[in-house]
Design a protein around this ligand. Structure first.
Ligand SMILES: C[S@@+](CC[C@H](N)C(=O)[O-])C[C@H]1O[C@@H](n2cnc3c(N)ncnc32)[C@H](O)[C@@H]1O
Length: 355
C-alpha cells in the first residue's frame, strides 16, 4: 500500500468518503506524496509526453504567436507573459528563443509562471535564462499592463467534481474505501445548486472544475481591464458537456485512477463549453476552439519542419517528420487537443483561428 493510499484510507475511515475532487487534488498535489510533488512526469522516461516535449516546433510557433499578439496590442513597452503550469519550462524556453527574433518583444516581457510544484519550479529555473521571472502558486493580479497567457495541458490537471444524473437530480460521486480498496460511491442526498438534469440526461456524468472556472474568471477579468490574450491548449471536446473523463496515466498507459494515488497522472478532459461560458460573462473576444492540428498548420508548422530538415541528419529528419505527425495528425494529438483564445484590446484577431 502506498503512503498516500494509507493517508486517504484513514481520512475516509475518520470523516467519510472523499469527493472525486478531494481525491484528485491529494493524488496530484499532496505536499509529500502528490504526483507532481514527487515524480518527474514528462518525457520518454516519464509517464506521458506533452506537445512541447515532442518537438521544439511547438514552443517556437507559440513564441511567434506571442510576438504577433504583442504587435496587435500596439507593441507595448512593457507587458506580462504568463504561463500556467509550465512543467519542465520547455515550451517557454522554445518560445523565448523564437521571441528573440524581435529584441523589443523580449525587452518588454516580464515573465510570470504559475506553478505549485517546487520540484518543477527548479526545472523551470534551469530551463529559462530570462532576467525577469516571477513564480506564483495562483494566478496573480497584475496591473502593470497587458498580459499574454499560455496554458498547455494545465486545465486538465485541475481537480474536478463528478455528478451523476438520476431521475431529474444530480448526485455527487465520491470515493470510498471498501473491501480493502478505493471504490466509487454516490451521495444519497441530491445536489441543490446545479440546474437539474432532464430525464433524457439520466445516467450521464457531469464534471465541474471549480479551479478552472476560477482561473477563467481571473484571466477574463484581467484581459478586460488591461488587454491581452490567453491561449489555452488542452484535450477535450469542443461541444460535449457530459461524460466521465476521469483517468490515470502511468508509464504511457491508461490505469485505474483508484489504484495507487500519487503514482500516476490523474486528469479530466477540459470542458471547453464551460470555459467559454465563463469567459462570456466578460466583454472579451473568444476565438475557437479549433483543433491543435489546424492551429499549428495555420501558424506554419510545415514550413518550420521543412526549414529544420534542411540542416538535419537523416535520423533527425525522421524525428522531425514523426513529431510533425504526432502534433498535427487526427490519429494522434491533432484533433483531440483543442486551442481556445480569449482576447481583449487587439487590433486584429489572434493568428491560428478561422475568421
Ligand atoms: C500536464 S503538466 C503540463 C506541463 C507543460 N505545460 C507542458 O506542456 O509540458 C501540468 C502542469 O501544471 C502544474 N499544475 C498542476 N496543478 C496546478 C495548480 N493548481 N496550479 C499551478 N500549477 C499547477 C503542474 O505542476 C505542471 O507543471
Amino acid at each position: 500500500m502506498t503512503p498516500l493510499t494509507k493517508i486517504l484510507r484513514e481520512k475516509i475511515e475518520k470523516h467519510g468518503a472523499l469527493s472525486v475532487h478531494d481525491y484528485m487534488e491529494a493524488a496530484l498535489s499532496h505536499p509529500e506524496y502528490g504526483y507532481y510533488t514527487r515524480q518527474n512526469p514528462f518525457g520518454k522516461s516519464g509517464d506521458f509526453v506533452t506537445a512541447p516535449e515532442i518537438s521544439q516546433m511547438f514552443g517556437e510557433l507559440i513564441g511567434l504567436w506571442c510576438i504577433d499578439t504583442w504587435s496587435k496590442l500596439g507593441e507595448p513597452a512593457q507587458f506580462n507573459l504568463m504561463e500556467l503550469g509550465p512543467g519542465n519550462g520547455t515550451l517557454l524556453a522554445d518560445a523565448l528563443r523564437s521571441g528573440a527574433l524581435v529584441p523589443e518583444f523580449i525587452d518588454a516581457a516580464h515573465i510570470h509562471l504559475v506553478e505549485t510544484s517546487d520540484r518543477l519550479r527548479i526545472r523551470q529555473k534551469a530551463a529559462l535564462s530570462h532576467p525577469s521571472i516571477f513564480w506564483y502558486s495562483d494566478i496573480p493580479d497584475l496591473d502593470n499592463g497587458p498580459t499574454i497567457i499560455i496554458a498547455n495541458e494545465f486545465f486538465d490537471a485541475l481537480p474536478i467534481h463528478q455528478y451523476e444524473a438520476t431521475a431529474g437530480k444530480w448526485y455527487e460521486r465520491f470515493i470510498d474505501w471498501k473491501d480493502d480498496q478505493f471504490a466509487f460511491s454516490v451521495d444519497t442526498v441530491s445536489h441543490k445548486t446545479l440546474p437539474p438534469p432532464s430525464d433524457a440526461d439520466s445516467n450521464l456524468i457531469l464534471e465541474i472544475c471549480p479551479q478552472g472556472i476560477k482561473c477563467l474568471n481571473s484571466i477574463s477579468q484581467s484581459l478586460q481591464k488591461f488587454g491581452g490574450a490567453a491561449l489555452i491548449i488542452d484535450y477535450g471536446s469542443a461541444n460535449a458537456i457530459y461524460g466521465d473523463s476521469f483517468q490515470a496515466v502511468r508509464d504511457h498507459t491508461i490505469q485505474n485512477p483508484l489504484v495507487d494515488p500519487g503514482m500516476s497522472d490523474l486528469t479530466a478532459h477540459v470542458k471547453f463549453p464551460q470555459l467559454i461560458s465563463e469567459a462570456r460573462k466578460y466583454p472579451v473576444d473568444i476565438h475557437g476552439p479549433t483543433s491543435q492540428g489546424r492551429f499549428l498548420e495555420r501558424l506554419g508548422i510545415e514550413a518550420r519542419a521543412a526549414l529544420l530538415k534542411r540542416s538535419a541528419t537523416e535520423e533527425q529528419r525522421k524525428t522531425i517528420t514523426s513529431s510533425l505527425r504526432r502534433l498535427t495528425s487526427a490519429a494522434e494529438m491533432g484533433t483531440l487537443f483543442k486551442v481556445l483564445a480569449i482576447s481583449s484590446g487587439l487590433t486584429a484577431p489572434p493568428e491560428g483561428f478561422d475568421l
